[in-house]
Design a protein around this ligand. Structure first.
Ligand code: ATP
Length: 272
């Protein structure tokens, strides 16, 4: 079999993926890789790594928003070439990306309206999604009237309404306080369980990764490679109470041990 071939059961496959920015050889930035990684269908995978190691670059390649410079990246066996987000992939970005001028229902409907679905299908999908995300009573509210946590819930609802088979989240809770992050994490776990989607979460927060993911990939300093993959023992029905399990401390300690020298190296590159 071709060494680059990817098993059809693998949801996302990355083989020897690198990303270099810049055409001028003297001013190129090698941002990523090489990365070899398989995301299994239905798993929750988190990626942690030092600042600037290429996490968002990796995210953009898996989202189909940016091409790999070398190697092969596939979603459901089809090549991710950086042209656009493929059908079946839903993306939740770092920043609060709700539209201030649309109410919650119209924010959630936005993506599927553009896809040209009929109004009755749109309405029923939006209603289901609002109910699922606990936003039913806020359908007519505008983002400025909502808390940060509620606004991020709207952003997740906008992705979920598209019924993605792969959900990608880049630091989705970064701007929220700790308690809200824990609650949003539980909601994300519920969403993952009930939709059966594969989830890829990029996060700075080791505790968030350890609580939410089935497996946590640790990246090296730039150019980011996967230097460790840590499996968590929680099972599908986990929630934020895993933080008080003694194994939780062991997992976050292992993640930090792997990350510590990489983070220092990333920092010394910044100041040096
Ligand atoms: N379009 C671009 N052109 C040139 N360099 C880029 C571009 N995008 C990213 N980079 C560089 O690639 C490297 C990786 O960036 P990336 O944003 O992927 O890292 P990150 O791990 O997501 O960072 P952070 O932890 O700060 O969010 C950085 O050095 C960044 O400056």
């Amino acid at each position: 079999m071709n060494a680059m071939a990817i098993d059809a059961a693998v949801h996302v496959g990355l083989r020897g993926v690198t990303r270099v920015f810049g055409d001028d050889p003297k001013n190129q930035v090698k941002a990523l890789g090489p990365i070899d990684l398989d995301l299994r269908r239905g798993e929750f995978f988190a990626v942690v790594g030092p600042s600037g190691c290429g996490k968002s670059t990796l995210f953009d390649i898996v989202a189909g928003l940016s091409p790999a410079t070398e190697g092969a990246a596939t979603f459901e066996g089809r090549s991710l070439d950086g042209g656009d987000v493929p059908e079946g992939v839903g993306v939740v970005f770092q920043e609060d990306a709700s539209f201030a001028w649309l109410n919650v229902a119209d924010n959630v409907a936005f993506g599927i309206r553009r896809a040209g679905l009929g109004e009755s299908v749109i309405k029923s999908r939006v209603d289901d999604t609002l109910a699922f995300m606990g936003l039913k009573d806020f359908a007519a509210a505008y983002p400025a009237q909502l808390s940060g946590g509620m606004r991020q819930r709207v952003c997740i609802a906008r992705t979920l309404v598209q019924r993605p088979r792969l959900i990608l989240l880049d630091e989705p809770f970064g701007a929220l306080d700790q308690q809200t992050r824990l609650i949003m994490g539980e909601e994300l776990l519920k969403l993952w369980r009930e939709t059966g989607a594969t989830v890829l979460l990029i996060t700075h927060a080791l505790d968030e990764a350890a609580m939410l993911a089935d497996r946590v990939g640790v990246m090296s300093a730039r150019p980011g490679r996967i230097i460790d993959i840590v499996e968590t023992p929680w099972g599908r029905d986990r929630d934020s109470r895993v933080v008080s399990d003694p194994r939780f401390g062991e997992i976050t300690a292992r993640l930090w041990t792997r990350l510590r020298s990489e983070s220092m190296s990333a920092l010394s590159h910044k100041v040096g």
